[in-house]
Design a protein around this ligand. Structure first.
Ligand code: SAH
Ligand code: SF4
Length: 338
């Protein structure tokens, strides 16, 4: 039988492992630091953990770290990494350096079963669920690991459709003995799966971004089949009933599909839908890919839509996607490198 992975265990469980092998609280802290705060990639490099304990660990566990199998760099400095998830395919992570913020976008599933009509990942279907270890390895095993100060769960897959593993990954990320990442610097993006969303809202581990894309149920169903079983109206009602505690925030994402969902009536209906929420909409102009026949809105179309949204009381900004030339932008990821 394969030895289980150490990387991806919660610090409380690491403590259990180390203590049961006869290690001390100090050893637990050292091991957690090696796993979640350093660049060490072998048991042998964990110099201040005694040899006997390293040998006991090695006999029972694999470290569980895996370097990316390839990467590509965009003209805008975005770097896309491809990671193999054994037996399931590949996932992608995109590192986007900025003036103050260095953002890493990670994947939470291999493929996706939500089938949104405008999304490349949606058109390739579902191939499998990465473990918490696989999700966190996308941060731990890139060269820029210590520069990342903002994490978004917006790569391939629907995070709430792999909620157990995503929840564990978030708890290791925000734990002091884990990555010690600030919860307010992490954002989970979701279409709003009500069961897992209720659990998320009962004890929010990070910011929430809801993929809205249309205020009209029929139209939303046409582009996002999940609208039928998980209507956006109920998603918003749940968020109104369980607001996120400060400093965490809820925002909405809105893929602008040229000539489809940017009319004045959309802006008016969005104002009504979001009234009473302190929030804003991030508009993402549709990123082109070969598996869908939408068009990217013109600059004029976007400007008038934003004007109409503002008149309806909605704060909106445009989020230009990065890494388009290497297919690393929102909704272009297919786990095929390039
Ligand atoms: N499954 C989650 C998170 C991953 S997708 C979700 O859907 O929210 C992250 C964001 O990229 C979502 O808002 C999604 O709607 C958007 N997106 C998908 N395909 C896109 C495309 N081709 N152009 C622009 N944004 C896209
Ligand atoms: Fe899945 Fe999100 Fe793409 Fe929809 S937009 S298919 S939920 S990854």
């Amino acid at each position: 039988m394969e030895r289980p992975l150490l990387f991806g265990l919660h610090p409380d469980d690491i403590s259990h492992v180390v203590r049961s092998l006869g290690g001390t609280a100090q050893h637990v802290r050292q091991l957690c630091r090696y796993l979640y705060r350093s660049g060490v990639s072998e048991f042998d490099q964990m110099a201040d953990i005694p040899k006997w304990l390293r040998a006991e660990l090695l006999a029972r566990y694999q470290l569980g770290l895996a370097v990316p199998k390839s990467f590509s760099q965009s003209a805008d400095a975005t770097v896309k990494y491809l990671f193999a998830i054994e037996g399931k395919g590949d996932v992608e992570a995109a590192y986007m350096p900025g003036a103050k913020r260095n953002t890493l976008c990670v994947s939470t599933q291999v493929g996706c079963r939500m089938g949104c009509s405008f999304c490349m990942t949606g058109t390739i279907g579902f191939k499998g669920n990465p473990s918490a270890s696989h999700i966190l390895n996308q941060l731990r095993s890139i060269p820029q690991r210590s520069l990342v100060n903002r994490l978004v769960l917006m790569g391939m897959g629907e995070p709430l459709d792999n909620w157990d593993e995503v929840k564990l990954a978030l708890s290791i990320l925000t734990s002091n003995m884990g990555f010690a990442f600030g919860a307010a610097n992490i954002t989970l993006s979701t279409v709003g799966l009500h069961g897992a969303l209720a659990d998320f809202l009962s004890n929010p581990p990070c910011n929430l971004a809801i993929s809205l894309h249309s205020p009209f149920p029929d139209e939303r169903f046409g582009i996002m089949p999940i609208e039928r079983s998980n209507p956006i109206a109920q998603t918003i009602a749940a968020i109104k009933q369980n607001p996120l505690p400060k400093p965490l925030r809820v925002s909405f994402e809105y893929v602008a599909l040229g000539g489809v969902n940017t009319t004045p009536s959309h802006a008016k209906a969005l104002g009504e839908l979001l009234s009473g929420l302190r929030t804003h909409i991030n508009i993402i102009p549709w990123n082109q890919h070969e598996n869908a026949a939408y068009s990217t809105p013109t600059a004029d179309e976007l400007q008038s839509f934003i004007g109409a949204l503002n008149r309806s009381g909605v704060i909106a900004s445009v989020r230009e996607s990065r890494g388009k030339d290497i297919a690393a932008a929102c909704g272009q990821m297919a786990g095929r490198g390039r």
